[in-house]
Design a protein around this ligand. Structure first.
Ligand code: FES
Ligand SMILES: [Fe+2]
Length: 441
């Protein structure tokens, strides 16, 4: 590997374009970020019954999350120890009481341990022993969950899940606390979109408050026009118009929304959408929360100022509307995103429909909102692959943010402190790998 000068590539106010395009840097990201840190695997309601499984990638590693016989959730490499064939070939399903390889029928318990091998006598006298871990599926080094959201780390070392999440764990608290029983359930339908851009475009865009009134102007303005017409003729307009019309807020309005930027690159974009109308469905729902938690707690839960929470380097959780988007990078210019939404257990159906509207109107690949973002990122990738310039600028409001105990609060919603903070984390992941490579050389 040629020496990588990280201090040159990632500077406090600008980043070299190769960080978005270079295969060697992408490989370092996979090995030293995604394949070491805690990665979201799925929600426990995706694997309710014994043998239910869900496949996913952690970095470049194919994994399977499965419900074991003892009800625990395991995360294993989706790989047969015989000749490497992937044991589960679909996104999800039920594998019964164990895994059976489709190639030569080696079978495994749900915790990955080998169960049986056909004609096992054929191994007598060889160095393959059934009690050797190499005869079993390999588990992720660590698995943990928070409020039903399951994570795994392929590294035995590093911070605990709670240390890693830090303040960003509010994403899951905020989502679950909005249920009268404190729990959510996944809606088992996921949009999968391949973005033709580097994964960092998505992560930066999530807290980029300058772009909505530009990128989403046509959608926002059209929605506002119709929303006003409906209000005039019917007295009120359904909330879903508001989901789209707020994108047309002015620059000044966006600039007044705060971002909070945490260690590890996580962050919050504070609320800017009014999501507490006074229609009968909302009144009924808020009544259920008050009954469950008491007036004061319910009010605290309903008035948390969050639009969405980013868990760097791959997750965006929009807790007030029960949405979750997860990135699975494929290459420097290719990123798979999974778009999920959740149902608040114990909440009225009308409240679920609001999450469904948002899922389809804003986050689905079929919407004008997501399509406009995707186009920007693809065009961004093309620009950074060109020789038309070497740098990506993150100068906006530099020096104008307030930093307290490692947390940066933007004094302008459109401050690029978001990206500066993400790259601080990026460097912390990548620097030890680069130093190790240099010392070997
Ligand atoms: S590869 Fe799995 S049993 Fe042979
Ligand atoms: Fe956008």
């Amino acid at each position: 590997m040629t020496a990588i000068d990280l201090d040159h590539l990632v500077q406090p106010d600008r980043v070299h374009r190769s960080v978005y395009t270079d295969q060697a840097l992408f490989d370092l990201e996979m090995e030293h970020m995604f394949e070491k840190t805690w990665v979201y695997c799925g929600h426990e309601s995706q694997v309710k019954a014994m043998g239910d499984y869900h496949t996913l990638h952690i970095g470049r590693q194919p994994m399977v999350m499965v419900r074991d016989r003892d009800q625990s959730i395991r995360v294993l490499y989706n790989r047969c120890p015989h000749r490497g064939v992937q044991l589960c070939g679909t996104h999800s399903g039920n594998t019964g009481s164990g895994f059976v390889c489709p190639y030569h029928a080696w079978s495994f318990h749900l915790n990955g341990q080998v169960r049986a091998i056909p004609l096992a006598k054929g191994y007598d006298g060889t160095r393959l022993k059934l009690d050797d871990p190499q005869a079993s599926m390999v588990p992720a080094a660590r698995v943990d969950s928070y409020r039903g959201f399951v994570f795994a780390s392929l590294s035995a070392e590093g911070p605990s899940l709670l240390e890693f999440l830090g303040e960003a764990k509010v994403a899951f608290d905020d989502m679950c606390d909005r249920s009268p029983v404190g729990e959510v359930e996944v809606v088992p339908v996921c949009h999968r979109v391949v973005q033709h851009s580097n994964w960092k475009f998505f992560m930066e865009n999530q807290l980029d408050a300058l772009h909505p009134s530009v990128t989403h102007q046509s959608t926002g303005v059209s929605a506002r026009r119709i929303e006003e017409r409906v209000k005039k003729s019917q007295g009120s307009a359904p909330l879903y118009f508001h989901y789209l019309s707020t994108f047309a807020s002015s620059f000044d309005q966006w600039d007044s929304v705060q971002t909070v930027n945490f260690p590890y690159g996580h962050g919050i974009l504070k609320a800017y959408m009014g999501l507490r109308p006074t229609d009968p469905d909302t009144v009924e729902y808020e009544g259920l929360l008050k009954k469950a938690y008491g007036e004061e707690k319910a009010e605290e839960y309903l008035s948390r100022s969050i639009h969405h929470v980013l868990i760097y380097p791959y997750l965006s959780v929009q807790s007030p509307l029960q949405q979750l988007r997860c990135l699975r990078p494929i290459g420097p210019d290719k990123t798979l995103s999974e778009i999920w939404h959740f149902r608040l257990k114990g909440a009225p159906e009308a409240i679920y429909r609001r999450a469904l509207w948002y899922f389809n109107l804003v986050n689905s690949p079929a919407t004008m909102i997501n399509a406009d973002d995707l186009e920007n990122w693809t065009r961004g990738q093309w620009g950074l692959q060109s020789k038309g310039g070497e740098w990506v600028s993150f100068h906006r409001n530099m020096g104008g943010d307030t930093e307290t105990n490692g947390v940066s609060y933007s004094n302008n919603g459109t401050s690029e402190v978001v990206m500066r903070n993400q790259f601080k984390a990026w460097q912390a992941y990548i620097r030890p790998a680069v130093q190790a490579a240099v010392s070997i050389a």
